[in-house]
Design a binder for this molecule. Structure first.
Ligand code: NPW
Ligand code: ADP
Ligand code: K
Length: 487
């Protein structure tokens, strides 16, 4: 059992793959082994979370997730703790494993009640796991509200009840249950839904126990959790040409800052030279706070041999430059208004697809609304399955796609599993941080990192800066994020 951190690169498996792995493992092991291992791991984590707990409420549901709860309760009782189990299900319809664990809990002397205890130091959510088929309702919904309403920690077994383990969508309104400190012990496999969409908020701190079954995994991963990038030291005899040129195209009237932020991020991420091609006809010619940036008229930049970062603060004006960027830029990041222009223009879409077929490195960095426009979908539709949306965009345009937000998803058009970025937090929810990410990806492309790796590494680093921002420092602003130092 170990805690998952942003340093953990790991394979993620969806529900279908997890069930196949479970079958393989169960058929190779003595009956009930998996559930007993799951319950023991849960009891150990419960004891570590609340070593002095007097009452541990274990809420058990109608399937094998409930079985994990019975087993955990039995193990806790054997160790001198006082679990109180509430069981929401029909004993006669329990799966065999869960039935055996219910008996073991009874034999251990666990207390069963029909109503949750009035006070408890820890709640164990063993109501629903990967078999969740509909939003919890009735007593189950009430118990979930009750366990999350107070400050007591909640330990969810496998997945928080009601969370879709594939997509990270939560059946109930997540804002209804914000108070508790959440920990999730996920079992057998790590699931993608724990790390994207509402999964991060619902799961809290994630622990993983593979139940000793990693050797039974023959499946390819559904997705991967990005680990930190390797640190590649600069060779001594390198020069600015070794790190490439980035040209930011954006900054239409009133939005110059977005292009300057992307430029600043590219610069501080190590690009050899950074040009900022501004679309505002009366733009400044130098940014005295960042004299390293070479400000140009966007129309005058020759993009061949350069990495172009196109669209940051681009407004409508960026549209006319897109055909040239799509056909001539050596590598290309398309962000913000460049994506909106492409979404609205079939001829630009065709050009983007044609570029994709040439294999020229191209990265799209939509937030969910931009992704929805490109897909002809709604933001809700995109958020309902972020992995699928990122993959659909990557396949349609032949471009690496970075679908931003909590648990940024990075997909390409190959068979490689998409990556979920584990870093970042809501401090990034401030204007301009997306421009910074685009500039960071641009710098990685300029030093000739392959597009998928460039996107994964930049997304990890971008979130990591926010995660390690000193608590007592000034608020994180996009400018400071680009410079990587608190103002
Ligand atoms: N098997 C193994 O080897 C291992 C399994 N493990 C554990 O088993 C879990 C999977 O077990 P599972 O397949 O039984 O599914 P589970 O999540 O318990 O729920 C299914 C039940 O809930 C019901 N139900 C669904 N939605 C509902 C709702 N909203 N409100 C009310 N009821 C609802 C559904 O009923 P139905 O939809 O059929 O009406 C069915 O009765 C997995 O997550 C892990 O914890 C671990 O021990 C590792 C080894
Ligand atoms: N809660 C969060 N967790 C992780 N990353 C976040 C969160 N909120 C925002 N971000 C990140 O912040 C950036 C915001 O980008 P974007 O929406 O394009 O903003 P802007 O257009 O203002 O630059 C993205 O990289 C996104 O992934
Ligand atoms: K659960």
């Amino acid at each position: 059992m170990h805690r998952i951190t942003s340093a953990s690169a790991a394979d993620l498996f969806d529900i279908a793959a997890t069930r196949r792995i479970e079958q393989t493992a169960a058929s190779a092991l003595p009956p009930h082994t998996l559930m007993q291992r799951a319950g023991l791991a849960a009891a150990r984590l419960a004891m570590a979370l609340t070593p002095h707990a007097r009452t541990i409420w274990v809420a058990c549901g109608p399937g094998n997730n409930g079985g994990d709860g019975f087993e955990a309760a039995a193990q806790l009782r054997h160790r001198g703790f006082f679990p109180v189990v509430t069981f929401l299900g029909d004993e006669s319809r329990l799966p065999q494993d869960a039935k055996a664990s219910l008996q073991r809990a009874r034999d251990a002397g666990v207390t069963f009640t029909s109503e949750p205890p009035s006070t408890f130091e820890l709640a164990v959510d063993a109501l629903l796991g990967i078999g969740s088929t509909r939003p919890p309702s009735g007593a189950m919904a009430e118990w979930l509200v009750r366990m999350h309403a107070g400050a007591q920690p909640v330990l969810a077994l496998d997945v928080p009840s009601g969370l879709d383990a594939d997509t990270g969508t939560l059946a109930s309104d997540p804002d209804r249950v914000p108070a508790s400190t959440r920990t999730t012990l996920t079992l057998l496999t790590l699931k993608p839904g724990l790390f994207t969409a509402q999964g991060r908020d619902a799961a809290g701190t994630v622990w993983f126990d593979d139940l000793g079954c990693s050797t039974f995994i023959q499946e390819s991963a559904t997705a991967r959790l990005a680990g930190p990038p390797d640190h590649a030291p600069r060779t001594h005899a390198s020069h600015k040409g070794s790190y490439g040129d980035v040209a930011v195209i954006g900054g239409a009237s009133g939005m110059t800052g977005a292009a300057l932020l992307a430029g600043s991020a590219a610069l501080h991420s190590g690009a050899g030279r950074v040009f900022v091609g501004l679309l505002d006809p009366v733009a400044m010619s130098v940014d005295t706070s960042q004299p390293e940036l070479m400000l140009r008229d966007a129309h005058a930049l020759d993009l061949s041999g350069m990495t172009a970062v196109c669209g940051c603060g681009g407004g409508d004006a960026v549209r006319e430059l897109l055909p040239r960027a799509l056909s001539t830029a050596a590598a290309l990041v398309l962000d913000a208004d460049a994506l909106n222009a492409i979404a609205a223009d079939p001829s630009l879409q065709a050009q983007l697809m044609a570029r994709g077929r040439t294999g020229a490195p191209t990265v799209l960095t939509p937030h969910p609304l931009e992704a929805a426009r490109l897909l002809g979908d709604t933001t809700g539709g995109v958020q309902a399955n972020r992995l699928a949306a990122a993959r659909a965009l990557a396949l349609r345009f032949g471009a690496v796609t970075v679908l931003k937000g909590s648990g940024t998803v990075i997909a390409d058009a190959t068979d490689a599993p998409p990556v979920i970025n584990p870093t970042g937090n809501a401090r990034l929810a401030t204007a301009g941080t997306g421009d910074v990410l685009a500039g960071m990806i641009g710098a990685a492309l300029a030093r000739r990192r392959p597009a998928f790796e460039a996107a994964c590494e930049a997304a990890w680093q971008h979130g990591h800066i926010a995660d390690t921002w000193p608590a007592d420092a000034a608020p994180l602003t996009a400018g400071a994020l680009a410079r990587r130092t608190p103002a």
